[in-house]
Design a protein. Structure first.
Length: 364
């Protein structure tokens, strides 16, 4: 059978491309997905107690990109939601990211916004060059806050010293000198009203889209023909690891359900210095679901499992660039997404990447 377009992977990147091709170009698309479900890591489902959970950890939609927001709004209504995170430090729960409230609680002070700005300026370390995540933290908040909040959490998350990680890791965490305790300050924030899976199902609802689940594309690629492949899987696997395996950090999610309506004071609580897990998420606080029980997940980072986070080191980036050179030579294959591009993507960014790639495709 012939398909003009073959999409490998049914995460947000693959589904966005498939949906645009099917509904704008009115072309047939075959989507092949190795897992038993669509949605990639945004997949959510109801557990045996009837509580909606995020199977691959918490996903909160936020963006300043109006085009992405309007695009996804075609497949879901939104529940207004402003994410908040607490961090357990020295026996207290303090707000993250760092704000006036964080500094005051951490040091038992009563500073105003201007005084906190001066406080952080005095704490900050002047560096000639900022090369690593440790450098970023020291230059913004100084050694004490770095040690209390960032150092051990980052070490747990990545398994190596923050001085070995590039600047991207800690640079994603804002430091504010106001009282805004929202984790994100994007213009558009929310949760899909009926969950991410329902949103993804609507994206894939076109009669022009056929989806094969539980299928490795290599099992069927010899039995079909296609003009263009859109590949969202791991690039090292695509090239049979010719330059070696790319390193990823994985997460083990341990879900627990309690016979109580609320487990903790915020949707997510970080534990930088205590316990083996990095954080606890309580899903009802994300989804707004009303239920007499509650489900949480604890996250235990490790190496060698399901690939979640590309390793942000110069060494691994150089290894990826060898694959990227081969990717650039391909004529009828489009590589897109965090696994094929070996980079961290927020949800809005990967949807924008797919929308932009589609526009290039339609102009071919």
């Amino acid at each position: 059978m012939h398909y003009k377009y073959l999409v490998v992977g049914a995460g947000l990147a693959g589904l966005t491309m498939a949906e645009r091709i099917a509904n704008v170009l009115n072309e047939k698309v075959l989507v092949v997905e190795r897992r038993s479900h669509i949605g990639g890591n945004v997949y959510d489902s109801y557990n045996e107690d009837g509580i909606l959970i995020h199977n691959y950890g918490p996903h909160i939609f936020h963006t300043n990109d109006r085009g992405v927001y309007e695009y996804l709004s075609g497949f879901t209504k939104w529940r207004d939601f402003w994410h908040r995170v607490l961090t357990y430090v020295d026996g207290n729960l303090i707000p993250m990211p760092i704000t006036v409230e964080t500094i005051n609680k951490l040091y038992n002070l009563n500073l105003n916004c201007f005084e906190v700005e001066d406080f952080l300026r005095k704490q900050a370390v002047e560096l000639d060059e900022i090369k690593t995540s440790k450098d970023v933290a020291l230059s913004k908040v100084g050694p004490d806050i770095y040690a209390k909040i960032f150092e051990n959490y980052t070490r747990k998350q990545w398994g190596i010293d923050p001085a070995e990680l590039d600047t991207s890791v800690i640079s994603r965490i804002p430091v504010r000198t106001n009282r805004d305790t929202r984790y994100f300050n994007d213009k558009y924030q929310g949760m899909p009203l009926h969950g991410y899976t329902k949103m993804c199902e609507k994206m894939a609802a076109s009669k022009n889209i056929k989806i094969l689940l539980n299928t490795d594309y290599r099992e069927i690629v010899g039995d079909i023909s296609y003009d263009v492949m859109i590949y969202t899987g791991a690039v090292d696997e695509f090239y049979n690891y010719k330059y070696g395996r790319l390193a990823y950090r994985s997460i083990k999610f341990v879900f627990e359900t309690y016979d109580t309506e609320k487990f903790q004071e915020a949707p997510v609580v970080n534990y930088p210095n205590d316990y083996d897990y990095t954080r606890i998420t309580e899903y009802k606080q994300l989804t707004g679901q009303v239920h007499h029980k509650t489900t949480i997940s604890k996250e235990f980072p490790y190496d060698g499992g399901e690939p979640y986070y590309p390793f942000p080191t110069a060494e691994h980036r150089k290894q990826y660039e060898m694959y990227a050179a081969d990717m650039a030579k391909e004529e009828n294959i489009i590589f897109i997404g965090r696994l094929s591009e070996y980079r961290y993507y927020n949800m809005d960014a990967v949807v924008r990447r797919a929308l932009d790639e589609f526009e290039k495709l339609r102009k071919r």
